[in-house]
Design a binder for this molecule. Structure first.
Ligand code: FAD
Length: 462
């Protein structure tokens, strides 16, 4: 009988093909990804991470890192290699006096929000609570509060990481400044982050005004978003999602499953003021929602409101970029393709950035899209038994129709399902050369390459 593969000195759980938990451990959010690692190392301590990285190097085994497992292209699982699985390292420690939170590399956003809200505090993060904090932070971090508090990376104070050499270092404004810059938008290219330290803000409930509009009114809503958001108060958040109407308690009887435009507006300041501002903006649209739900919502609830709509276990094929502008021609394409959505979970979404994000200089962090206003995501999401070709075709056709209206690159974390090397490169924008220089210092052998990769510089690049 052959000997079982082990990692000497590893205190966590090692899973191999055939082990009872192996299949569950190799399954990630996007069910379309079906890869079979040679070995999955479920780490419990920083020393485990060090041991796993050193083992992979010594054995010449390719590796990847798994946090929350939400990478849409499946960067967190690898065929015939080692998965450094951080899911067991999900502790969150709040220091309310210092307004800081320390988050282990495998924590989920919900872990962070629940712990920080115990003290009425929050750090800005994404909108679905089962997303991993690790991947989200390293790519930038867009969410409900970004226009007020900045991206998640704008709130990063320090990162402890295990380098390609297997050393444990801390990057912050004083130590390894080049690395600290690169970690704020450069993804998982530089090492395994075992702990993030993030700034906290006082955060109470939010005033949320959710609406569903008929498709024939969608253009008016998007025009309103275009007119209002670029100069609006940082407290206002406004997104637009074409999708089939979910079975929500405020959805009118008989309309569930119809294609609509969902337009949630949230106000992060005083609720009476928010109600007045939002009512004024709605009046400006000149159209009436087919359904709406307005009211105060606790922050943790807001942060998990759409968890079920984005549940695990679906097939996913996404493409993403930024709109050059939300002009009438672009709106025509969005409405046309929004009316052709092919399955109940798919969505075509336009977010609005600006606010605090755009006031930070582009060179401050590696996040490359501070001046972009309108991220656009074409998300094909369907059940495994549904027609994959139909759903993929809708994504590809929509993206092709949008292409003349798209700016450069895409947000790293919404990186397309089959992003090419060129598209990944464009995701880093003007920071490409500087990121490659930092990569050359910290990971010259490109050990961390199963990601939107930043290759180290070679002699040919000199
Ligand atoms: P994983 O799949 O576990 O990891 C992906 C890659 O990230 C890894 O391979 C590795 O390269 C890197 N990585 C992860 N953790 C670490 C670590 N500790 N150290 C080093 N490298 C690491 N993004 C937003 O900005 N805002 C949103 O609101 C948002 N919502 C989303 C909702 C859903 C349902 C999904 C699927 C994605 C969403 N995203 C959002 C995108 C999300 O930020 C990325 O998918 C991100 O990669 C998820 O992080 P993860 O830890 O779950 O990823």
């Amino acid at each position: 009988m052959s000997q079982r593969l082990t990692i000497e000195g590893f205190s966590g759980q090692v899973l191999l093909p055939g082990d009872p938990e192996y299949d569950e451990a190799r399954t990630i959010w996007n069910r379309m990804i079906d890869r079979r690692p040679e070995i999955i190392a479920r780490c419990l301590t920083v020393t485990d991470v060090v041991t796993a990285v050193r083992w992979a190097r010594a054995e010449g085994v390719p590796l990847t890192v798994r946090g929350g497992g939400h990478s849409i292209p499946g960067h967190s699982v690898i065929d015939d290699g080692l998965v450094i699985d951080l899911t067991g390292m999900n502790a969150v420690e709040v220091d309310p006096a210092a307004r800081l939170v320390r988050v282990q590399g495998g924590a989920l956003l919900g872990d962070v929000d629940r712990a920080t809200q115990e003290f009425g505090l929050a750090t800005p993060a994404g909108a679905i609570s089962h997303t991993g904090a690790g991947g989200l932070i390293l790519g930038g971090g867009l969410g409900w509060t970004m226009r007020k508090y900045g991206l998640t990376v704008d709130n990063l104070i320090a990162a402890q990481l295990v380098t390609a050499e297997g050393d444990v270092i801390v990057a912050d404004r004083n130590e390894h400044q080049d690395l600290f810059w690169a970690l704020r938008g450069g993804g998982g290219n530089f090492g395994v982050v075992t702990e993030f330290t993030l700034k906290l803000h006082e955060r109470g409930p939010v005033y949320l005004a959710a609406h569903a509009f008929e498709l024939e009114d969608a253009a008016a809503v998007l025009r309103g978003m275009r007119d209002i958001m670029p100069t609006s108060h940082d407290d206002l958040v406004w997104s637009a999602f074409f999708r089939m109407l979910p079975d929500w308690d405020w959805a009118p009887a008989g309309r569930v499953g119809d294609r609509v435009l969902l337009a949630p507006l949230a106000w992060l300041g005083d609720h009476d003021e928010g109600r007045a501002v939002i009512d004024e903006y709605l009046a400006h649209l000149g159209v009436t929602p087919l359904a709406q739900s307005h009211g105060s919502i606790p922050y943790v609830e807001l942060q998990s409101l759409n968890d079920d709509l984005n549940a695990h276990g679906h097939f996913n094929y996404h493409k993403s970029s930024f709109l050059k502008q939300l002009d009438d021609d672009t709106i025509d394409v969005l409405v046309r393709q929004g009316s052709r959505i092919a399955s109940a979970n798919s969505q075509l979404e336009v977010l609005s950035m600006g606010g605090a994000i755009a006031r930070i200089p582009e060179t401050e962090t590696a996040f490359a899209h501070r001046t972009a206003l309108w991220p656009v995501n074409v998300c094909g999401i369907w059940k495994p038994h549904e027609d994959s070709q139909l759903n993929k075709d809708w994504v590809v056709n929509t993206f092709n129709e949008l292409r003349p209206h798209l700016g450069d690159g895409s947000y790293l974390n919404f990186g397309g399902s089959d992003a090419t090397e060129v598209e990944s490169h464009e995701g880093y924008g003007d920071h490409w050369r500087r990121l490659r220089e930092v990569k050359t210092v910290y990971d010259p052998g490109n050990i961390f390459r199963h990601n939107a990769n930043i290759p180290p510089l070679s002699e040919a690049d000199a």
